[in-house]
Design a protein around this ligand. Structure first.
Ligand SMILES: C[S@@+](CC[C@H](N)C(=O)[O-])C[C@H]1O[C@@H](n2cnc3c(N)ncnc32)[C@H](O)[C@@H]1O
Ligand SMILES: [Zn+2]
Length: 408
C-alpha cells in the first residue's frame, strides 16, 4: 500500500561503529522532508525490516506520515510549539522522532537501548543538524525517570511491556503502535488475555475490537496515575494498529474516561451484537434476535475513536504538507473522520453471500439505510463493511430488498 521512501540513494560506505564488532551498512532515504540514514536491508530475507543490525521498515512510512501530521496538528493546537517535548522511546534508526523534530518542530528526545541503533540515531541527528537529545537507556527506566509531553512507543510486537511507564511519563499525548494484531484480535486468544487483561474476540470486526482492547488497556494503566486517556485518532493498517490518545491529569477526568469502558456481546448464530458499559460484564442470558448464547469481548473502549477537530487538523496537515503517502494517508484520515460513532461494523459482502445475493455498491446500501432513518457510513477498517445503528436483522432486510430490486 505504501510507497517506499521517495528517494533511495546508494550509500555504500560501511559505517564503522567505534571499532565495535557492529557494522551497519546504510543507505539514505527521504521520508516527508527528512533524509535519514537507515540500514541496508537484505531484500531476500524472510522479513527484510529485521535483516540488519538496526530495524527499519519502509512500509511504515504511511504510519510515520500520519504521525508527523498528528504532531503538527498537536503543535498547531497549542501556543509555543517548542515547549512540547516528544520522546521516541524505541527509536531504531531514529526516523520517527527525527521526522517529528524536523517537520513538526517539537523538542525531541530519541532513545534506544541497542548500541548500533543509538549510534545510528546520533549520526543521523548530527547529519541533520538537529538539536535533539539522544539517549541510550532502557525505555521503561527512562520513562519512569523523565516526563515528556508526548510519548511514542513503537515496539516490536506488543506495546504491553511499555504501557505503564509510558502512561506515567506522558502529560499531553500517548502514541502507541501494536503489531501483535493476532493476540489483540482473538486469533491468539491466550496471548491476548495475558498481555491486555481482556477477552479478545475473533469476529468480522476483530480489527476494531483489537484496537478498542488496546485503548481500554491504556486507559486502565493511565487512570492509576489520575490521568485520563482519550483517543483522538486510531487506525488499523495492514499488520498493525496505531492509536493516539490525549492525556489529561485529574482524578475526575480519569473517572470519567473509565465510564467509557465496557463489553461487546456477539451472537455467532445470527450476527447480532450489543454493548454494555462498566468494568464487569452484565450478560443478559440470550441473544435478543435469535435466543442463542452470545460471546463476550472486553473490557474495551466503547467511546469515540476520533476527535473531529484533531482529525480535521491532521487532514489539513497531510493535504498541505510534503508526504510520500499523502494520498493514502489523507484517505484513511478522511474515512476515520466520517466514520459513524458506533461500536462494531458489518461486513455486508459476507451478509450478501449468506443471503445468496449478488454484489451491491456500498453507496446504494448506505443511502438505502439512510432513507429509512438509520445512520450509516463507510469504515476505514474494511472496504466491504459499513457502520450503522441498524441491527443485523434490519440490515439483512435492506440487503434482501436491494437484491430483489436488482432482480426485477
Ligand atoms: C520496531 S523498532 C522501532 C522502529 C522505529 N520507531 C521506526 O519507526 O522505524 C523497536 C526498537 O526498540 C528497541 N528496544 C526494544 N526494547 C527496548 C527497551 N527496553 N528499551 C529501549 N529500546 C528498546 C529495539 O532496539 C528497536 O530498535
Ligand atoms: Zn442471535
Amino acid at each position: 500500500m505504501c510507497a517506499i521512501a521517495t528517494q533511495i540513494t546508494a550509500y555504500d560506505k560501511t559505517y564503522d561503529l567505534q571499532n565495535l564488532v557492529l557494522r551497519v551498512r546504510t543507505m539514505l532515504v527521504v521520508e516527508g522532508q527528512t533524509a535519514v540514514l537507515v540500514p541496508r536491508l537484505d531484500l531476500n530475507a524472510s522479513y527484510p525490516p529485521s535483516s540488519a543490525a538496526v530495524f527499519y521498515n519502509p512500509t511504515m512510512e504511511f504510519g510515520r506520515d500520519i504521525n508527523v501530521a498528528c504532531m503538527q496538528a498537536l503543535a498547531d493546537s497549542q501556543s509555543g510549539r517548542s515547549t512540547i517535548t516528544y520522546l521516541d522511546a524505541l527509536g531504531a534508526s531514529g526516523i520517527r522522532g527525527l521526522r517529528v523534530a524536523n517537520e513538526a518542530h517539537l523538542a525531541v528526545t530519541l532513545n534506544d537501548h541497542d548500541d548500533a541503533a543509538y549510534k545510528l540515531i546520533r549520526r543521523n541527528a548530527k547529519r541533520l543538524l538537529l538539536n535533539v537529545h539522544v539517549k541510550h537507556s532502557d525505555a521503561n527506566a527512562l520513562m519512569s525517570e523523565e516526563r515528556f509531553g508526548v510519548v511514542d512507543i513503537d515496539p516490536f510486537g506488543s506495546p504491553a511491556p511499555f504501557v505503564d511507564a509510558a502512561c506515567r511519563s506522558a502529560s499531553k499525548m500517548l502514541c502507541v503502535t501494536a503489531t501483535d494484531t493476532a493476540p489483540l484480535s482473538g486469533a491468539h486468544f491466550n496471548a491476548g488475555v495475558r498481555r491486555y487483561s481482556a477477552l479478545p474476540l475473533n469476529t468480522e470486526y476483530h480489527a476494531e475490537t483489537g484496537i478498542r482492547i488496546l485503548i481500554g488497556n491504556i486507559v486502565r494503566e493511565s487512570v492509576k496515575y489520575d490521568k485520563s486517556a482519550v483517543p483522538v485518532l486510531a487506525h488499523a493498517t495492514e499488520h498493525y494498529y496505531r492509536v493516539y490518545l490525549r492525556i489529561e491529569r485529574g482524578a475526575r477526568l480519569a473517572d470519567a474516561c473509565l465510564s467509557s469502558l465496557g463489553f461487546v456481546f456477539h451472537c455467532f448464530k445470527c450476527g447480532h451484537r450489543y454493548v454494555t458499559q462498566g468494568l464487569a460484564p452484565v450478560q443478559c442470558c440470550e441473544c435478543a434476535l435469535c435466543a442463542a448464547k452470545p460471546v463476550v469481548a472486553g473490557p474495551l473502549w466503547l467511546g469515540p475513536l476520533y476527535d473531529q477537530l484533531f482529525c480535521k487538523r491532521v487532514l489539513n496537515s497531510l493535504e498541505n504538507g510534503v508526504f510520500g503517502t499523502k494520498k493514502q494517508a489523507s484517505k484513511t484520515v478522511e474515512l476515520c473522520l466520517n466514520e459513524l460513532d458506533v461500536v462494531t461494523f458489518f461486513d455486508y459482502h459476507k451478509l450478501l453471500k449468506e443471503l445468496k445475493c449478488p454484489p451491491i455498491p456500498i453507496e446504494t446500501l448506505l443511502s438505502s439505510l439512510r432513507s429509512i432513518g438509520y445512520q450509516a457510513s463507510r469504515t476505514h477498517f474494511s472496504g466491504t463493511s459499513v457502520k450503522t445503528d441498524a441491527d443485523v436483522a434490519t440490515l439483512k432486510g435492506v440487503l434482501l430488498d436491494l437484491c430483489r430490486a436488482t432482480d426485477e
